[in-house]
Design a protein around this ligand. Structure first.
Ligand code: PLP
Length: 431
């Protein structure tokens, strides 16, 4: 970057890249290569021993992807980032990087349905227990903690509950115990920088707002660089004891010459090396394109969503609106504290007619796409109870905020008059 800045509008255009040293190309090229010619036998040995930084093999790093990683790390105010094949891979790596068989993690109940499944079933099968805590009561994280707790996990603006998480409160419980708070900030880029509130790492599904175009699946894991892993050797053994998979490296020590990025480096050279969930260079290029307009898009998403929220108020078909702006008390205070510049692009509502009305509403939409995604430039809608959350039990659906008549909108960037016209006719059809 020409000169350091904290402004996201500049970071998304400049961080991590100036011009291609070989050709002068202004846009970061797509380095569509699997491998990189080593300069010599010694150079190759240094790269493998982590004595020198450089390209080895695209499964563990790629120059196009590196620009995206540096840009997103800068945007979050973090020390390093790791691009991954999907948001799911980023959530899984975030925890697998700290927890192994017999360990546990305490997570907020307010989660995307796919993350709930990963935590409640797949990680459990791998021997990592995820304990669920109520975000309305930050102390519930402390109560669920024991000697084997390795991390806390939550979503900033949880999809679909849209109740902003008490980031600083829970981060402050974990820090003295050596437990990092990992925040999934997928629904609130630009609006919130969780690291500034005490989170240790940030997870993204770049599939959503970071890309904005709906063309590519991807994820990122950002290392905040401010967590003192070394001070907690018993609590965090994976970063503080010799790693047999990397000639006995102790990550918190070995990585010191490279900066405070032990967490990111281990995720890359152990998990990404072994599990292989890498982002393709082409997708990294797509995300770089999307990222350039992220600040502009987030502002418009917020503006259009606020207008939709106002429109939904007082509609007879609707019993409840779910949006930070209509919340009261502590929830509203947290929305105001943690979200800057708007309340995001998501709004939910409950239809008086329940599940049947939900299906009628969805079927009547013409402009909104009916898809299992959020954060696209286009407007999107879904009925979670019959789709994204249908594999969850009724109790689990309730815990994540999904009721039979719940409909979630991801409000896009179309003209607001066209958005409202589509909602008007679909509500009429829902009855
Ligand atoms: N986190 C949140 C908040 C999400 O909404 C999603 C997907 O919907 C994910 C993570 C998973 O991301 P991906 O679909 O890129 O694997």
């Amino acid at each position: 970057m020409p000169r350091p800045t904290r402004h996201p509008e500049t970071i998304v255009l400049h961080a991590g890249w100036r011009a291609d040293p070989a050709t002068g190309a202004v846009a970061p090229p797509i380095y569509q290569t699997t491998s990189y010619q080593f300069e010599s036998a010694e150079h190759a040995a240094d790269l493998f021993a982590l004595k020198a930084f450089g390209n080895i093999y695209t499964r563990i790093g790629n120059p196009t992807t590196a620009v995206l990683e540096e840009r997103v790390a800068a945007l979050e105010g973090g020390a390093a980032a790791l691009a991954l094949a999907s948001g799911q891979a980023a959530s899984a790596f975030a925890l697998q990087n700290l927890a192994r068989v017999g360990d546990n993690v305490v997570s907020s109940t307010d989660l995307y349905g796919g993350t709930w499944n990963l935590f409640a079933n797949t990680l459990k099968d791998q021997g990592i227990e995820v304990r669920f805590a109520d975000p309305a009561d930050p102390e519930s994280f402390a109560r669920a903690t024991d000697d084997r707790t390795r991390a806390y996990y939550a979503e900033t603006l949880p999809n679909p509950k849209l109740t902003v998480f008490p980031i600083a409160e829970v981060a402050a419980i974990g820090r003295p115990l050596g437990i990092p708070l990992i925040m999934d900030n997928t629904a609130a880029p630009i609006l919130c920088r969780p690291l500034e509130h005490g989170a240790a790492a940030v997870v993204y599904s770049s599939t959503k707002y970071l890309g904005g175009h709906g063309t590519s699946i991807g994820g990122l894991l950002v290392d905040g660089g401010s967590f003192d892993w070394e001070a907690h050797p018993v609590r965090q053994p994976l970063l503080n004891t010799p790693d047999p998979s990397y000639h006995g490296a102790v990550w918190s020590e070995a990585v010191k010459p490279l900066g405070p990025i032990a967490y990111a480096i281990r995720a890359r050279v152990v998990l990404l090396r072994d599990l292989g969930a890498s982002m393709s260079p082409f997708n990294a290029f797509q995300f770089l394109q999307g990222l350039e307009t992220l600040p502009l898009r987030m502002a418009r998403h917020c503006e259009n969503t606020q207008a939709v929220t106002e429109f939904l108020k007082g509609r007879k078909e609707i019993t409840k609106i779910i949006h930070p702006s209509v919340q009261a008390g502590e929830n509203r205070a947290r929305a105001d504290r943690y979200l800057r510049g708007g309340h995001g692009g998501l709004v939910g509502f409950e239809l008086a007619g329940g599940a049947e009305a939900g299906r009628r509403f969805i079927n009547a939409l013409e402009l909104f796409y009916h898809v299992a995604n959020i954060g696209d430039a286009r407007s999107l809608a879904i009925h979670p109870a019959s789709t994204t959350h249908s594999q969850l039990s009724e109790e689990e659906q309730f815990a994540t905020g999904v009721t039979p008549g719940y409909v979630r909108l991801s409000v896009g960037l179309e003209h607001i008059d066209d958005i409202l016209a589509d909602l008007e006719s679909a509500l009429a059809a829902a009855g």
